[in-house]
Design a protein around this ligand. Structure first.
Ligand code: C5P
Length: 219
């Protein structure tokens, strides 16, 4: 694959959920299998790119032939992403937890017998996509994701502007679609040129199509 259309290019892919500890044995997490991010990393590799794959604790194993950086929390992911730059493109497919537990306990929390429940306090995590999109080391092409349950195009279009990325791959993750945790995806790609509705495809086919469009754009 060394002579593919992405030969000589370095592409950063984030994938999977992040886990934010509550105590040493409990966490809060986003729902994400890592299937779409993993397929994207594999598709970019197949077109000849050198891929750095920064992944949270996903259900699917990372692809072969990419540089894997495993992280747990959003803050670890943010650090790993900064370390991985510069890159020609970044595809931020991770489902990052927006908040971490600010009052996480260093020891396992116990029921105290009174029947009282603990209160979790939250702190805002860094927005990795926005930081990369607006940073000094910004890749030439930055692709973000938007998982929406309603008004997909309107929300994703606003997100593209707010984050400062070039493209948004938006999908409808309403439970009825079966996309979350499933093998298929139906995405809407939002670029500076407009809105493209892609057909319902396997996550592998969606990834190949996205990788081909990235190769075309970087060419
Ligand atoms: O704001 P929202 O989470 O809906 O945006 C989703 C996009 O932003 C995804 O590309 C995701 O990887 C990225 N993101 C991030 N850091 C966060 C939250 C989201 O990079 N803290």
């Amino acid at each position: 694959f060394a002579d593919g259309p992405l030969a000589g290019r370095h592409i950063l892919v984030t994938s999977g959920p992040t886990h934010e500890p509550i105590d040493p044995v409990r966490h809060i997490a986003n729902k994400s299998s890592g299937a779409q991010g993993t397929a994207i990393a594999a598709a970019l590799r197949d077109l000849g790119a050198r891929v750095t794959f920064v992944t949270g604790p996903a259900e699917v194993p990372p692809p072969a032939g990419v540089a894997v950086v495993r992280v747990t929390t959003a803050r670890q992911m943010a650090d790993a992403v900064q370390t991985a730059l510069p890159a020609d493109a970044a595809v931020m497919a991770a489902a990052v937890a927006d908040w971490r537990v600010a009052n996480a306990s260093a020891t396992k929390m116990k029921k105290d017998g009174s029947g009282a429940a603990p209160t979790l306090e939250f702190a805002l995590n860094p927005d990795i996509l926005a930081t990369v999109s607006q940073g000094a080391d910004r890749p030439g092409l930055v692709v973000g994701f938007a998982a929406e349950t309603n008004d997909v195009v309107a929300h994703a279009t606003a997100k593209r502007t707010r984050k400062g990325c070039d493209w948004i791959v938006a999908n409808d993750v309403s439970p009825a679609t079966g996309i979350m945790g499933g093998a298929e995806n139906a995405v809407t790609l939002i670029t500076g040129a407009g809105v493209e509705e892609w057909p319902r495809l396997s996550k592998v086919e969606t990834a190949r199509r996205l990788a081909a469009k990235i190769a075309e754009t970087l060419a």
